[in-house]
Design a protein around this ligand. Structure first.
Ligand SMILES: O=P(O)(O)OC[C@H]1O[C@H](O[C@H]2O[C@H](CO)[C@@H](O)[C@H](O)[C@H]2O)[C@H](O)[C@@H](O)[C@@H]1O
Ligand code: UDP
Length: 465
């Protein structure tokens, strides 16, 4: 079997005990552990001066990490700039937040070419190369320019918006041409795939041949033939179930339970990102206390929100906004022995989170737009099947496509979300068990192994012309 070479901007910390916040790293680590191979990407370090010339190679079992430090200019233009101030808001339907600059676009292209140069000498002719996410769209075309003919796939972890939004990006056709250099392009949902196919139909001379199932299409564009397909990412369901059983009795979970002194718990876990809908979520919790005052002093909302992309102005702004909002709501409702919102700007490891999820009566996941949202799936997998909590989930998370038995909400409708919280907090046990059982059946069938195998299997069949 061919060796798998995974390329992503974010590589999970090599030291496994370290906490990761970000679904891509969590999921790719779970997938790569099974097959072994190379994981190539940014080390997470920013250095003064030039980016690191040669990758640092670290062996961990059957997996070799090849990582590079980024120089400050590269990091600013490629990661903070084009990736996170242009593509991220664009792909999350936030045209009002996009920054357009030739300097960062050039930096993005330059760093992609530079990354490709560094990986090239490590490649073998029969490798399969699997590139991840919006930071690295031009990477495949850069490798092709060097003569690489290996099978190459790309997976987009964010949403892909309709062409009406993509065309707001100057030189958008170049980005889509770069995407077409891959043999296989994967998306989380049918909606994301449709955005891509509509772009090809409306903005290029290319052709789309859609298969009957709506989830697969052959695309002929920019002189290439590729397969575009839906592969909803998932979690290591069985492992999480088992971790959650153990963590239910961990010291930290016990401490959390004791601190609640019998109150119900609502939990949210998100990177501190404007796409996650946190201000609206805090307001919905406030509305719960206003509309259903019987919950005052009886429910606690724990929001874990580790800071993310802290050099980007919009992330500095959302952090300030949330601190003020939590302070205002707590000031309004708190009692001398009860703080309604526990708002934590720090991250926790997966084991600790598993215990916290299990202790929570409600999983509160309300992004304004999200590629998938693994937290939603993790919350479900960590419940006690004999007394499960209820997931309140935004219709705009990719996960809502599969997790139909959650209480699906519109995160912009603060009063509607408060009503859903009320329904979750008062849902009878038989209904909770039925919903949880249905959700778990899907998560067991479609776990991270299924995601990896279906993607790799499709890539193995390339080329498609
Ligand atoms: O690497 P960072 O800038 O720290 O950000 C963390 C990751 O955020 C995004 O995650 C996405 O991938 C998840 C798994 O597919 C998905 O569930 C979630 O909806 C996405 O937001 C980003 O796309 C990753 O590249 C980042 O590493
Ligand atoms: O303190 C934290 C917060 C989050 N996460 C993990 O980070 C991932 C977040 O992925 P998700 O798809 O929900 O969103 P993303 O951050 O990738 O946009 C999940 O696996 C979380 O368990 C974590 O390990 N510690």
């Amino acid at each position: 079997m061919s060796r798998l070479v995974v390329v992503s901007n974010r590589v999970a910390p090599i030291d496994e005990g370290k906490q990761t916040a970000g679904g891509l790293a969590v999921a790719v680590l779970a997938a790569l552990k099974k097959t072994g191979g190379i994981w190539f990407g940014w080390s997470g370090n920013v250095v003064e001066g030039e980016s690191q010339d040669q990758p640092t190679l670290t062996e961990a079992g059957r997996l070799t990490y090849a990582t590079l430090d980024l120089g400050r200019r590269d990091h600013d233009e490629y990661y903070n700039g084009f990736a996170n101030q242009t593509l991220w808001p664009l792909f999350h339907f936030r045209l009002g937040l996009i920054a357009v600059s030739r300097r960062t676009r050039q930096g993005y292209e330059r760093v992609n070419a530079w990354f490709a140069d560094r990986l090239h000498p490590l490649l073998r002719p029969d490798d399969m190369i699997w590139v991840h996410d919006y930071h690295l769209i031009p990477f495949g075309e850069e490798l092709r320019r060097k003569g690489c003919t290996q099978r190459m796939g790309f997976f987009l972890h964010t949403p892909f918006p309709p062409p009406e939004l993509i065309t707001a990006l100057p030189n958008h056709a170049d980005l889509i041409r770069e995407l077409c250099a891959y043999d296989l392009v994967g998306f989380h949902t049918v909606t994301d795939l449709r955005g891509f196919l509509d772009y090809i139909r409306q903005e290029t001379d290319g052709q789309v041949e859609q298969r009957g199932d709506e989830e697969t299409a052959t695309v002929r564009a920019f002189g290439r033939t590729l397969l575009a397909k839906v592969f909803p990412i998932s979690i290591d369901t069985a492992q999480l179930e088992s971790i959650a059983r153990t963590s239910a009795r961990s010291r930290q979970t016990e401490r959390l339970r004791e601190s609640l002194v019998g109150r119900r718990l609502i939990i949210g876990v998100d990177r501190l990102d404007y796409s996650k809908g946190l201000p609206q979520r805090f307001e919905a919790f406030e509305q719960l206390l206003l509309s259903y005052p019987e919950h005052c002093n009886r429910v606690t909302f724990l929001q874990v929100a580790p800071p993310s992309r802290e050099d980007v102005p919009e992330y500095i702004a959302i952090r300030r906004e949330l601190s003020e909002l939590a302070g205002r709501i707590n000031g309004r409702f708190a009692e001398f022995d009860w703080m309604p919102i526990r708002y934590l700007n720090r991250s926790f490891g997966q084991r600790t989170l598993a215990g916290f999820y299990r202790a929570a009566n409600v999983g509160f996941v309300t992004p304004l737009r999200d590629g998938m949202n693994l937290v939603a799936k993790e919350y479900v997998a960590c419940q006690d099947p004999d007394n499960p909590g209820v997931l309140v989930l935004s219709q705009f998370a990719g996960a809502a496509r599969e997790l139909e038995e959650a209480l699906i909400v519109n995160p912009f409708d603060v009063e509607g979300v408060a009503d859903a919280l009320q329904r979750a907090l008062t849902m009878p046990l038989p209904e909770r068990k039925e919903r949880h059982g249905a959700l778990m059946r899907r998560l067991r069938n479609h776990d991270i192994g299924w995601w990896r195998e279906s993607y790799v299997d499709a890539l193995t069949r390339a080329p498609y012309d």
